[in-house]
Design a protein around this ligand. Structure first.
Ligand code: IPD
Ligand code: CA
Length: 265
């Protein structure tokens, strides 16, 4: 099985496992604070994906949100250990856990593969909508197998952009400041509860842009490749190119990128 096919298969199977668990009472645990939660379903889905990758590619590296948290190591040290592996899978088993625990559809499974530090495969799956967004470096981006492109909006005043609310307070306040400026300039703003879904929607032209502060690579890696392959632009909030260590992300159709950068911190 190829890398993309494996990512798609695991995203779909993990998504169906997660969706089935939506009807059961879910025990949530707090991570860094009451703003940051995890459930046993996040852990089970991550384990399922990890095992599926290991079965096919036992030498590949794996960086999953929940395992990284349990290790107690800083993101920086987890990333530098992971960077030693030429093939690194970067996984968020449920992006949008707050949606999941509240019973709100719209959480996603996010699976990316970086080869020698470059994003090569990205898959974001929304199990409630049965929408699978996928991209392979140099081969375009797709939604359920059909090619997608970013939007053609040129101006913020006709654009719909999205953001999210990170768990750490400094990043949350930075988002708040960006919101204050963008609410005066954009047609409207959405917050759908999953950074990976926001990025997939920028790739599909449903959103014209998305920014958020304080994200981690597992929230963004797959979605970043989707946006790039759909013809959009990704930078950090100072306009520099995206790295796996980037936490403040700005993504857009490219045409409104400079205008968006002017408004965010
Ligand atoms: C969260 C989601 C949310 C974003 C938060 C992330 P998680 O990821 O992507 O949209 O606003 O900053 O932490 O915790 O549900 O995987
Ligand atoms: Ca998550």
């Amino acid at each position: 099985m190829g890398y993309l096919e494996l990512a798609e298969t695991l995203a779909r199977s993990a998504g169906s496992l997660i969706r089935k668990r939506m009807v059961e009472p879910i025990v949530e645990e707090e991570k860094s604070s009451s703003f940051d939660v995890v459930t046993e379903v996040d852990k089970e889905a991550e384990q399922w994906i990890r095992q599926g990758i290991h079965d096919q590619f036992p030498d590949h590296g794996f960086l999953g949100e929940e395992e990284a948290y349990v290790s107690g190591k800083s993101l920086q040290s987890v990333l530098s250990e992971a960077a030693e592996k030429p093939f690194l899978w970067i996984v968020d088993p449920i992006d949008g856990t707050s949606n999941f625990v509240q019973g709100i559809p719209g959480f996603t499974v996010s699976i990316a593969l970086a080869i020698n530090g470059e994003l090569a495969v990205g898959v974001v799956y929304d199990p409630c909508a049965d929408e699978l967004f996928s991209a392979e470096k140099g081969r375009g981006a797709f939604l359920n197998g059909k090619p997608i492109l970013v939007s053609e909006k040129e101006q913020l005043n006709t654009s719909v952009v999205a953001t999210g609310f990170p768990s750490d307070m400094a990043s949350r306040l930075a988002v708040y400041n960006g919101l204050g400026k963008l609410l005066q300039q954009c047609r409207t703003i959405r917050s759908l509860g999953s950074a990976a879904r926001h990025l997939a929607y920028v790739a599909a032209g449903r959103l014209d842009g998305f920014w958020e502060n304080g994200l981690k690579c597992w929230d963004m890696a797959a979605g970043v490749l989707l946006v790039q392959e759909a013809g959009g632009q990704i930078t950090d909030s100072s306009g520099s190119s995206f790295q796996l260590t980037t936490s403040d992300i700005v993504s857009s159709n490219g045409r409104i990128h400079a205008q968006l950068l002017d408004c965010v911190e």
